[in-house]
Design a protein around this ligand. Structure first.
Ligand code: DAH
Length: 343
């Protein structure tokens, strides 16, 4: 067996060395190493019949022969392809000192977007739809339709940007006009929220911006009353600021509601004890709300004798500032990466 193996090896190496082309090499590979009937393979089948010691010795030699033939085939193949062995090896070389590609940087949401989508999820779970409306709004929807007719003093509460040569159009000052748009489009019953961008002619400071985000809510159905409003506002406040958050509603005039209230939540920082953030009152104002004024329902095509509803509007930026303890509204839109990359 050993002699046969040696003979076969010599024969194979000579033949491989003399091979004229790649096809020829392939034939030789089959002839000697072929898995079914290659000559080396066949010889190795005879190993079974040998005694244990002889089998071990012959097995080792057979493997050596196999490796030598395989190497000779590879060398010859490179030679025929015009590549020297060292070239072939260096082409295969793996440079383990090369630094890996830096990971692609992933984007992330702005804190206001985080709060907005969080609230959208909450309200969707309570059966609300998420509504949208135009930022360039007609004077009619922005003011008149929500019970602020031309010349009404309440117009002074919200000065905005007007469009040159397009009287009758304004940059919307709040998301409330979408209340009437939604009533006209969907009728009653209706449950919706409107997150969106609004504009005010403001002298900006740490708490006021000319461009701001609001979140409006509207519910219209039969027998809707003030306790429904309070329940929904509490659900929202506790979702945002924790289960122990209290909601306080105090009368306030808004033209589109009657009665109207301003809504405050217990200060998250001092838990109502009174601190710098809540100006020692223990309460933080976050929204305006009330029962929808019959004039507004009528403007939306809904009969106030059959239906009632509530609405609320809050500054989304303000909710975001409170949630993350941000004390300056202008950083939200300044585009400073040192700020936004913290979220
Ligand atoms: N639109 C009001 C504002 O921008 C906020 C508001 C108050 C909305 C009371 C409402 C509401 O829906 O009922 O100041």
């Amino acid at each position: 067996m050993l002699a046969d193996l040696k003979k076969l090896k010599d024969e194979a190496l000579t033949a491989i060395n003399a091979a004229a082309d790649v096809l020829n090499l392939e034939e030789l590979e089959n002839r000697f190493l072929g898995r079914k009937s290659g000559e080396i393979t066949n010889l190795m089948k005879g190993l079974k019949e040998l005694a244990v010691d002889a089998k071990r010795e012959a097995g080792a030699v057979a493997n050596e022969v196999k490796t030598a033939v395989a190497e000779a085939l590879a060398t010859k193949r490179n030679e025929l392809a015009g590549v020297s062995q060292s070239e072939a090896l260096s082409a295969e070389k793996l440079d383990i000192t090369q630094s890996y590609l830096p990971p692609v940087e992933q984007g992330h949401y702005h804190p206001s977007t985080l709060v907005q989508t969080d609230l959208e999820d909450l309200f969707l779970s309570m059966g609300f739809v998420v509504l949208d409306g135009p930022e360039l709004e007609s004077d009619y929807y922005n003011f008149t339709a929500v019970n602020v007719p031309p010349e009404h003093p309440a117009r002074d509460m919200q000065d905005t940007f007007y469009i040159k040569n397009h009287s009758g159009w304004v940059m919307r000052t709040h998301t409330s006009p979408v209340q009437v748009r939604a009533m006209q489009k969907y009728g009653a019953p209706l449950r919706g929220i409107v997150p969106g961008k609004c504009f005010r002619n403001e002298a900006t400071d740490a708490r006021h911006e000319h461009t701001l985000y609001q979140l409006e809510g509207i519910v219209v159905d039969k027998n809707i009353n003030f306790s429904h409003l309070k329940g929904v506002l509490e659900a929202m406040a506790r979702h945002l600021y924790g289960a122990n958050t209290q909601v306080r509603l105090r009368p306030k005039f808004y033209p589109f509601v009657e009665p109207g209230v301003n809504g405050e939540v217990t200060c998250f920082l001092c838990a109502g004890q009174g601190c710098r953030v809540c100006k020692k009152s223990g309460w933080l104002e976050i929204l305006g709300a009330g029962m929808i004024h019959p004039n507004v329902l009528r403007e939306g095509g809904i009969d106030p004798k059959i239906y009632s509803g509530f609405a609320f509007g809050c500054g989304l930026d303000r909710l975001t500032m409170l949630k993350y303890g941000i004390d300056e509204i202008r950083v939200l839109k300044a585009g400073d990466l040192r700020f936004v990359n913290q979220f």
